[in-house]
Design a protein around this ligand. Structure first.
Ligand code: CP
Length: 303
């Protein structure tokens, strides 16, 4: 039985197959409308979510399956002190596959140890968010036609942003990737990622000003400052509007640069940018459904 806890759980060859399936679903969704008839997905979300939870639910329903779950730890027996290990043993009796989000890093790994069904990590603290990475990679592959040979700028909260951490781990496996990390000093990329890049001899640079590197980028991945991971409100307020991408700033960027964002957005991309043809963040949302349909089929061995 397979699970998805980290983007590295799939080889690049397996990812190619998954993305081929997601693209086939995009071309002809009706062909897959009954693949999961009789199957049940449980969504166990101990943290807020719009996209991840609802796209999983939409994916399962579009495949003909059904959905159970909770969207708030307080409406589950976690509020009475039940552990993740016990919860997944229970969920294993009710569902065929489980997508889980939890504020604690490693929670999905704990669940896997006791699970009788495939577990998908829908985000664990500031650690990993592998299905967002699948969404990001499918978007890039679909809109650019390749997954290597890019200069990618990651901008904003690189310290707490789990989507960023997952995406970097996935992209280092492709050739010709160069990273530009754009963040205030307080929200720098963690040292363990810097060490990993040095070890693999992957080129990267850390900068503070977005304008200084915008002309160099093939891809710009904007992120929200993660209010929920700050220890004090004062630091959050000081840093939350550090970067705001505007139409004016975008004049510095290449005509074919893609603007990505895992969403939700707060202030870091001005709404006027939404009409720019380079803005791909709402397209990402749609690709997120196709790739989760492909992932459910793959983990249930229905692909
Ligand atoms: N991108 C993402 O994880 O969004 P949600 O928090 O709404 O699931």
């Amino acid at each position: 039985m397979r699970h998805l806890i980290s983007p590295l759980d799939f080889t690049t060859e397996e990812l190619d197959k998954l993305f081929d399936l997601a693209s086939a679903i995009e071309q002809d969704p009706q062909k897959y409308a009954h693949v999961c008839d009789g199957k049940i997905l449980a969504t166990c979300f101990y943290e807020p979510s719009t996209r991840t939870r609802l796209s999983f639910e939409s994916a399962m329903i579009r495949l003909g399956g059904q959905v159970i779950g909770f969207s708030d730890a307080n409406s589950s027996s976690a509020a009475k002190g039940e552990s993740v290990s016990d919860t997944i043993r229970v969920i294993s009796c009710y569902a065929d596959i489980c997508a889980m989000r939890h504020p604690k890093e490693g929670a999905a790994t704990v669940a896997v140890a006791k699970s009788r069904i495939p577990v998908i990590n829908g985000g664990d603290g500031g650690h990993q968010h592998p299905t967002q990475t699948l969404t990001d990679l499918l978007t890039i592959r679909s809109l650019k036609g390749r997954l290597g040979n890019f200069t990618i700028g990651l901008c904003g909260d690189l310290k707490f942003g789990r989507t960023v951490h997952s995406l970097i781990h996935a992209l280092v496996r492709y050739p010709g990737i160069r990273f530009l990390f754009i963040s205030p000093e307080e929200l720098r990329i963690p040292d363990y990622i810097i060490e990993m890049l040095k070890e693999k001899k992957i080129p990267f640079r850390e900068v503070i000003r977005l304008e200084d590197v915008l002309p160099d980028l093939d891809l710009l991945y904007m992120t929200r400052v993660q209010k929920e991971r700050f220890f004090n409100e004062e630091d959050y307020v000081r840093l939350k509007d550090f970067y705001i991408l505007t139409a004016e700033k975008l004049k510095l960027a290449r005509e074919d640069m893609l603007i990505l964002h895992p969403l939700p957005r707060v202030n870091e991309i001005d709404v006027e940018v939404d009409d720019d043809p380079r803005a791909a963040y709402f397209k990402q949302v749609q690709y997120g459904v196709y790739v989760r349909m492909a992932l459910i089929m793959t983990l249930l061995e229905l692909a």
